[in-house]
Ligand binder design. Sequence first.
Ligand code: MG
Length: 260
Amino acid sequence: MRNTAKILFAFVVVSLFNNVPGFGQKINNDHLLNATIWYQRAGEMKALCYQAYNLAQLRLDQTISKPLSGKLAIVVDIDETVLDNSPFEARCIINKTVYPKGWSEWVAESNALAIPGAVEFLNYASSKNVEVFYISNRKVEEKEATIKNLKHAGFPMADDTHLMLKTNTSNKEERRQNLLKTHKIIMLIGDNLNDFTDIFERRCPYERNFITDSVRNEFGKRFIVLPNPMYGDWESSLFDYQKLTPEEQAKLRKEFLREN
Ligand SMILES: [Mg+2]
């Protein structure tokens, strides 16, 4: 009888666990299909990345053509800015899973490809004595695998000093402020508005758009934006940064559609 109770208890626990998104529950990720296939296969995606990094180089040349004192830095995000993690999204679609399931395994493979134009641009910056700092919300435990991946892909300054990963907060402002104590940040590159300034942090979609309009002159100058239709705060903001069920998320996505 005692064994039967144990088996029954284990069955209940496993059943509950299997229904938690990110663990055992099978999730229909078809909403991700078009964004991921575009990211992986559209020539336009590549062209946008080249456009971003070509423009970054032009701005860098303009900036360093004038005399500047002190140490210069370019801040880049990692995921979907210099490394392409779309195979992880593809796996989520195929395996019907959601982040974080499978993420640490993907990172440990250290096999993400470089975003088009990124390696060339950052090596160019490095050749001009501009330091590259990777401010990313990858976890500190993922540092070794991330450095290995960046080095393998050909990125410069992929080391302890130049990697500023997430410790206590995903807000990157503290890390930018720390860097400002020693360096002048001449450019920030990212796929998420929070990669540029914290005025976008935890804002609703309308506020994010409004603020974007208000700082429009920074884009293509100090702020260089990379495309990411697969995920990001643009999406989390639709859900008010809450953990919702796939059904609730699907409902909200439709509610945010604009018909005129
Ligand atoms: Mg990113």
